[in-house]
Design a protein around this ligand. Structure first.
Ligand SMILES: C[S@@+](CC[C@H](N)C(=O)[O-])C[C@H]1O[C@@H](n2cnc3c(N)ncnc32)[C@H](O)[C@@H]1O
Length: 298
């Protein structure tokens, strides 16, 4: 298709969804993540430090003629380092009606096109709607995963998001606002569970409101909270506190965006117990051991 404007992106999303409901895409069984595939790759740039880009992502960027990137959340150092000859387009402020023909036309002209998202495209990336719109117009697409900012934050904090006897689960979430209604905001529910590490994306501007709601819901004000601004960037900053005092600290630092908020005891990395993996289970019979290892893997 070579129309200047794409079909209505919502029609494309609906029709791709319908197709997905009816049958699984053959490519699911033909390719694994990281394989070379035809079409436009939706690449995770990682959290910021260019060294945290995957090898597959780096190779694709080096070959690219057009890179459509996620603006300020993608480190310009990474673009300078790896997008040698590519035309760079910032997607911020552009709607699907503009982005889809741009990528489609370049691809149909024979260019290598890369869509570069921050972190991992599958986490708050709005990637699938672009992929569906492109696929609907006959342009194949695929994901190339990246390091999501929660993983960079946990590495910076020198802790694990799951820790034996401290945190058995991880929630990737966002606070209520324009996108989520108060009923869809589950931060308080996750904190209530006690053994969940709650990683809040898109919530830097709302730290005070979020903490106020947690206090209203009677959560322990001493519960550890860390706010990691620009994890893995040269100006990375780590603010550590609790539900009771983190809002003051974040306001004092002046951050309103680009930080990850982590709530839960795993923030400190204190109080955990040795895992089964390197305890008694390690000394079991070998066949039993491998089955158990797969089941626990911690
Ligand atoms: C639109 S979401 C994109 C998330 C991205 N896909 C990922 O996997 O990290 C943007 C939010 O991710 C978080 N974020 C992205 N990069 C970050 C970084 N380097 N450090 C801390 N938080 C980051 C912030 O909460 C920001 O508001």
């Amino acid at each position: 298709m070579t129309d200047d404007a794409p079909n209505d992106p919502q029609d494309a999303i609906d029709s791709q969804g319908e197709r997905r409901r009816e049958e699984l895409d053959d490519r699911i069984f033909e390719h694994s993540a990281g394989d070379e595939q035809e079409g436009i790759p939706f690449v995770g740039a990682g959290p910021g430090n260019p060294r945290l880009l995957t090898v597959a992502g780096k190779e694709l960027l080096e070959e690219a003629d057009l890179v459509v990137h996620a603006g300020s959340l993608v480190n310009s150092e990474l673009l300078d380092e790896y997008c040698g000859h590519a035309e760079l387009v910032n997607s911020v402020g552009k709607d699907l009606e503009e982005l889809i023909p741009l990528m489609r036309d370049a691809y149909e002209d024979g260019d290598n096109v890369v869509r570069l998202h921050s972190g991992d495209p599958a986490i708050y990336g709005a990637a699938l709607e672009q992929m569906d719109a492109l696929e609907h117009e006959g342009v194949p697409t695929h994901f190339v995963p990246g390091v999501t900012s929660a993983f960079a934050a946990s590495a910076t904090l020198r802790t694990q998001l799951t820790l034996n006897e401290v945190s058995n689960h991880v929630a990737f979430t966002r606070p209520q606002g324009k996108t989520l209604t108060p009923e869809e905001d589950h931060i308080s529910d996750f904190v209530e569970m006690g053994d969940v590490t709650t990683c809040i994306y898109l919530g830097t501007h709302a730290v005070r409101d979020t903490m106020d709601r947690l206090l209203e819901d009677d959560h322990d004000p001493e519960t550890p909270v860390a706010v990691i601004y620009h994890a893995s960037w040269p100006d990375e900053d780590v603010i550590v506190g609790s539900i009771g005092d983190i809002a003051d600290k974040v306001e004092e630092a002046g951050y309103r965006a680009s930080a990850l908020v982590v709530i839960g005891d795993a923030v400190t990395g204190a109080g955990y117990e040795r895992s089964f993996l390197y305890g008694d289970w390690a000394n079991r019979g070998s066949s039993e051991n491998s089955a158990e290892t797969e089941a626990s893997d911690d």
